[in-house]
Design a protein around this ligand. Structure first.
Ligand code: PLZ
Length: 443
């Protein structure tokens, strides 16, 4: 078996989805894997590459999810596979805190170069996005000597105790898992489709909450996704992020951009903050950075990063050498194939399909996103009342027809599109024809 871009780039259905082989494995899964761990689409994968996933029944599915914005460079991308092979042949682990190695420092050099801003930067590496967010808050608290953390409506920052407190949505992320970490305060986000505010107006509203209900002097940091991920791909109105960043800068509040979903070429630039020239003090990254291996980072102003005492940051596996090799391979792919440009082209293509969809289906109430991070919000026609049932029905119809789609949003009524950037235009056109058929079939 061999995945990667050499796999035939086609949608091919040879059984129902899920097929008999997947169904047998699902029964086994059910007896061995905790029910709390769900699946969006219950097919077992055998191979993947470019823009397709091939399941154990031999169905070839078009991937519009990238494993939640992870396989941006494509699954089993050549430079990732090559560098991982070289690394596993050399050594698999030492623990960077015991004996260091080049790959970790090389990834930090790439992060210093690629993340927004030309200032001196340092990084620390971790295993998951949630872990990066937790550590960014730890750094901000030590640096400022303050406790409070400002977050936003609809935010998603992870499933650990602190990041559950920072995440907005109860079900499924928080329900029954409290008590949550304290000193986390939530402000209203800019949500143009629902609030109709300009960026400045929405920023003034958010700052008012932070100022009056928390107090800037108590705020260690403000943490924000420059484009919402799980919360519904909301792009804040222009000016919102710059206004918030400058309010933080004037008051000594650390401005943290959570670019775990939006970072590394996804939005048509290296980072979503780049679109408005916003320079965060700290940025958290993961997902697309390492082509599928678990790696996350906090990168930021050198003096902020250095405020933590020696030994205060770390973890057994953080910056594992194989994950670092994968990241260096993924970044090589991004540079070689100019994936920011590819994301812009993919985004334009998707937007064209979505405009046609909106013209025919009034349930499509909003089209939004940037680059290859696009979404539609479904509402009862003529209202802003969320239509989650329709989103679920369309999603299921896409899955049955061999297209891997994902929903998101606080009300579950947002349909999001996150194809690997290694996909082809033909696959995209075919996938969106399937999406259109799914809308018609569920009308
Ligand atoms: N911050 C912006 O998008 C992860 C979570 C899926 P981890 N999003 C996908 C799920 O249901 O668990 C994410 C994110 C943003 C933080 C995280 C957390 O990253 O690597 O999942 O811990």
């Amino acid at each position: 078996m061999s995945g990667g871009p050499g796999l035939p780039q086609e949608r091919r259905l040879v059984t129902a989805v899920p097929g008999p082989e997947s169904q047998a494995r699902l029964a086994r899964k059910q007896s061995l894997v905790a029910d709390g761990v769900g699946n969006a689409l219950p097919v077992f994968v055998a191979e993947a590459g470019g823009g397709v996933l091939v399941d154990v029944d031999g169905n070839s599915l078009i991937d519009l999810a990238s494993g939640i914005a992870v396989t941006t460079v494509g699954n089993a991308a050549p430079a990732v596979v090559r560098r991982v092979h070289e690394q596993v042949d050399a050594f698999t682990h030492t623990c960077f805190m015991v004996t260091p190695y080049d790959g970790y420092v090389d990834v930090c050099a790439e992060l210093a170069d690629l993340t927004p801003g030309g200032h001196a930067k340092k990084s620390a590496l971790f295993n998951s996005g949630a872990e990066a967010v937790e550590n960014a808050v730890k750094i901000a608290r030590v640096a400022t000597g303050r406790d409070a953390v400002g977050v936003f409506d609809h935010a998603y920052h992870g499933r650990t105790n602190l990041t559950m407190a920072m995440t907005a949505k109860n079900m499924p992320y928080k329900h029954g898992f409290g008590p949550f970490a304290g000193e986390v305060y939530r402000a209203p986000l800019s949500y143009p489709f629902r609030d109709g505010l300009s960026g400045d107006e929405a920023a003034a509203r958010a700052v008012d909450v932070l100022d009056k209900q928390v107090g800037a002097d108590n705020l260690a940091c403000v943490v924000i996704e420059p484009i919402l991920g799980e919360g519904g791909f909301v792009v804040p109105a222009p000016g919102f992020l710059p206004a918030l960043a400058s309010w933080c800068r004037e008051r000594g509040v650390v401005f943290i951009a959570d670019e775990i979903q939006s970072g590394f070429c996804r939005t048509g630039d290296w980072f979503a903050c780049d679109h408005e020239d916003v320079v965060p003090d700290l940025v958290t990254t993961a997902k697309g950075m390492a082509g599928g291996l678990p790696l996350a980072a906090v990168t930021g102003r050198a003096e902020l990063m250095d405020s933590v005492h020696a030994g205060g940051l770390g973890g057994t596996y953080g910056g594992n050498p194989v994950a670092c090799a994968a990241a260096l391979g993924a970044i090589e792919e991004m540079r070689t194939h100019d994936l920011p440009a590819r994301a812009r082209a993919v985004g334009e293509r998707i937007r064209g399909h979505l405009e046609k969809l909106r013209a025919e289906h009034p349930v499509v109430a909003d089209i939004r996103g940037r680059g290859a991070m696009m979404a539609i919000e479904l509402c009862v026609p003529g209202t802003t009342e969320p239509d989650a049932a329709r989103a679920a029905a369309v999603n299921a119809a896409c899955h049955r027809a061999g297209v891997v789609t994902l929903t998101c949003g606080t009300w579950g009524n947002v349909f999001r599109f996150l194809p690997p950037l290694a996909t082809t235009d033909d696959l995209l056109d075919e996938a969106f024809a399937v999406v259109a058929e799914a809308f018609t079939a569920t009308a």
